[in-house]
Ligand binder design. Structure first.
Ligand SMILES: Nc1ncnc2c1ncn2[C@@H]1O[C@H](COP(=O)(O)OP(=O)(O)O)[C@@H](O)[C@H]1O
Length: 344
């Protein structure tokens, strides 16, 4: 047999979701259907970092998909301590970390505290970033690790009740929106009516300011013929998750993604069971990564992604399975999905 030399990736990156570390005994999710391993999650993070440190091709960066520490830390006045513990592990890794914010970030810290914190990766990267308008207090930015590739980090709680001051207009508007869909007194309790389930307090959405900024980032990437991977704590494709984990206005974000030929992949956390769907409109891969917190101590949940000109190869560890994510060949026939016209 002929020896084929192995193709080198253009670059690689690591990805991990829902670590939710707390120095607490094991617990469970709200419905008691899944065990949560609060202490062991730190060991699973160490396993991921060891793998990335020892990789033949070192990751250019690592994406932490949100919920880095659990909300229970707040009840024990342990938020800062738990964050220190997890971030000191990350600092032993081979590359800078891009942190995404999930609901548990807001159980532990206010939005203004997060904006000043080590979880605001725009303050701690040496790369040049293009951030959402500064006065909007939105944590969203894009960066290009290698010419031709852009990553966009989105803020899924820009609209929402978590992390916003109750006196703020954003809080009032979000409360009015969620109340139109969820009549329960406890807004963490969903209405069990299909897609309406997403209107809970532990989810949120994207404001017009963020959507407009996102659209402009993708327009520029289209012009430059780049390939864009979008990252958010909350999934936005209904087939990549269960309705209870979707962003409130997932449909608006999905319309924007579908209207740009540059988009190749969307990565999310939040749904600890994980999920995957390739969108028929535009061929974007929607990957929801399995959460560390619900992974037994003898397992793993992280991935290393190798990026090539025509694809990304995701090597999954533990309960994350391997996938080859081919880039769509020709998206020139994509017509603006917001006009309602479909891709042929
Ligand atoms: N069905 C439900 N009814 C009421 N409260 C809920 C329900 N599901 C979750 N919660 C509450 O919402 C919050 C977030 O839920 P949790 O399961 O911790 O989210 P995550 O999956 O992001 O860890 C918790 O305070 C939890 O108790």
């Amino acid at each position: 047999m002929e020896n084929c030399p192995e193709q080198q990736p253009l670059f690689t990156f690591g990805v991990i979701a829902d670590i939710q570390y707390a120095d607490l005994v094991d617990g469970s999710n709200y419905t008691r259907t899944r065990k949560r391993y609060y202490r062991s999650s730190l060991q699973l993070l160490k396993n991921a970092l060891k793998s990335w440190n020892e990789a033949a091709v070192k990751p250019e960066f690592i994406i932490q998909l949100g919920d880095i520490i659990d909300g229970f830390n707040k009840n024990h006045d342990a938020s800062d301590r738990a964050l220190d513990t997890v971030l000191s592990e990350f600092s032993s890794g081979p590359a800078e970390v891009h942190h995404v914010w999930g609901n548990h970030e807001f159980y532990n810290f206010s939005r203004s505290a997060l904006l000043r914190s080590r979880l605001n990766s725009t303050l701690h990267t040496e790369r040049s970033v293009n951030a959402a308008p500064a006065d909007s207090e939105i944590y969203a930015y894009s960066f290009s690790p290698v010419p031709g590739f852009t990553f966009v980090i989105l803020d899924g709680y820009d609209v929402g009740l978590l992390g916003r001051e109750e006196s703020s207009q954003q809080y009032k508007d979000s409360l009015s929106l969620i109340r139109q869909h969820n009549p329960n007194e406890d807004l963490n309790c969903p209405v069990f009516k299909g897609m309406e389930e997403r209107y809970t307090m532990f989810n949120g959405g994207f404001s017009k300011v963020q959507l407009d900024w996102f659209d402009s980032v993708l327009s520029l990437a289209d012009e430059k013929q780049e390939k864009v991977t979008i990252v958010s704590h909350l999934p936005v494709h209904p087939r990549s998750t269960t309705p209870i984990c979707l962003a409130w206005n997932y449909d608006e974000l999905l319309s924007i993604i579908r209207s740009h030929s540059c988009a190749v992949c969307f990565m999310a956390g939040h749904d600890h069971d994980g999920g995957y769907h390739r969108d028929k409109k535009g061929g974007v891969h929607h990957l929801t990564l399995e959460g560390v917190i619900e992974t037994p101590p003898d397992g793993n949940a992280f991935a290393t992604v190798s990026v090539y000109e025509d694809r990304m190869e995701l090597r999954g560890y533990g309960r994350v399975r391997d996938r080859v994510l081919m880039f769509a060949q020709d998206k020139s026939n994509i017509v603006n999905a917001m006009t309602g016209l479909q891709i042929s």
